[in-house]
Ligand binder design. Structure first.
Ligand code: MEV
Length: 326
């Protein structure tokens, strides 16, 4: 009998406020996107990925996730989430592989278990970071991290001396446009860059504190639906991220192009390339200006489902598998 396929999908994500400072335990707000990664697994007589030989040394996420698997697997992946672009491709891939594998083994993991699997897979690939991306890609909708007194706790995750309390948030009726610079920028080096700055320079610590305050204020504005204030705070956050050295000229070009038609705009994810996001009432116009400056726009639909099983094996354009990517 031909072994059965088990298929799962997970959404990508974008950070409204709080990337990088969240690594230091500061607050963050992140929404899942309507672009998803789908992954299928089945038992096989050899290891393959998208029809090719699966070299585990080149696939650190999959290497981690299959650590207890004693038989060979065929894996299929397709993606609508650009890789290396700050949209959570590695967390979404890890979550989808974890769920498909869990189903193949008869099930047992809950939402928190999938977050741990996806987060550990990311840590094994990039060595550093917070459980923010994994939480958003598994849970879907929107999540907030380390917002004091916020109800609806989903889980709390600790590593070393850092703790991240993750809460479910009502996804706001706001319109966001993402602009992809097309410059690939893995997460690990950007997080390391900030860490080096932080360990050498007290000023970096002050910037991270300020980012925490901006995010808290932004979270309150988001809850009230105050786009004017939220947008201003997003643009402030972009300036603070730029001082930390994680913006680049391509990101600044798209942020500046979007700003005249937006409440605010900033890089989203780990930076150094990848994507920016704008909060706007004119998504078509912002998409047009992003395109005219050489970026790829994605108009975001929020309130999307998180990690879930799918009925059919993944089909479509095979995904370029991230090795260490946002
Ligand atoms: C990457 O999407 C977000 C960072 O804050 C890293 C992390 O939280 O793991 C830069």
């Amino acid at each position: 009998m031909t072994p059965e396929w088990y298929t799962a999908s997970a959404p990508g994500k974008f950070v409204v406020l709080g990337e990088h400072s969240v690594v230091y335990g500061k607050p963050a707000v992140v929404l899942a996107t309507n672009r998803r990664i789908t992954c299928s697994v089945r038992r096989s007589h050899r290891n393959s990925i998208n029809g090719f030989y699966l070299d585990f040394s080149k696939q650190p996420h999959i290497n981690y996730l299959t650590r207890d698997t004693s038989y060979c697997l065929d894996i299929l992946t397709t993606s609508e989430v650009p890789s290396g672009a700050g949209m959570g491709s590695s967390a979404a891939l890890s979550a989808a592989v974890a769920m498909a594998l869990d189903a193949e083994r008869g099930g047992g993991l809950d939402e928190r278990g999938f977050v741990e699997e996806a987060y550990n897979a990311e840590l094994s690939a990039q060595g550093t970071g917070s459980p923010m991306d994994a939480s958003a890609c598994v849970h879907g909708g929107g999540v907030a991290i380390n917002i004091p007194d916020e109800p609806n706790e989903l889980w709390t995750i600790s590593r070393g001396n850092r703790t991240w309390r993750v809460t479910d948030i009502d996804v706001p009726e706001l319109s966001f446009v993402i602009g992809n610079t097309g410059v690939k920028a893995p997460t690990g080096p950007q997080v390391d860059k900030v860490r080096r700055y932080f360990s050498r320079n007290g000023f970096a610590g002050e910037i991270i504190e300020e980012m925490g305050s901006v995010t808290l204020e932004g979270f309150k504005a988001l809850k009230r639906g105050d786009s004017e204030l939220l947008g201003r705070l997003m643009t402030n956050d972009h300036k603070l991220l730029s001082i930390l050295g994680v913006s680049c000229k391509e990101l600044n070009k798209l942020v500046n192009a979007a700003l005249p038609y937006s409440y605010g705009a900033k890089l989203t994810g780990s930076g150094g390339g990848g994507c920016m996001v704008a909060l706007t009432d004119s998504p078509e116009k912002v998409a047009e200006v992003i395109k005219s400056r050489g970026g790829t726009p994605y108009i975001m639909k929020s309130g999307v489902p998180g990690l879930r099983m799918e009925l059919n094996p993944a089909s479509g354009t095979p995904m370029e598998i991230p090795t260490d990517e946002a």
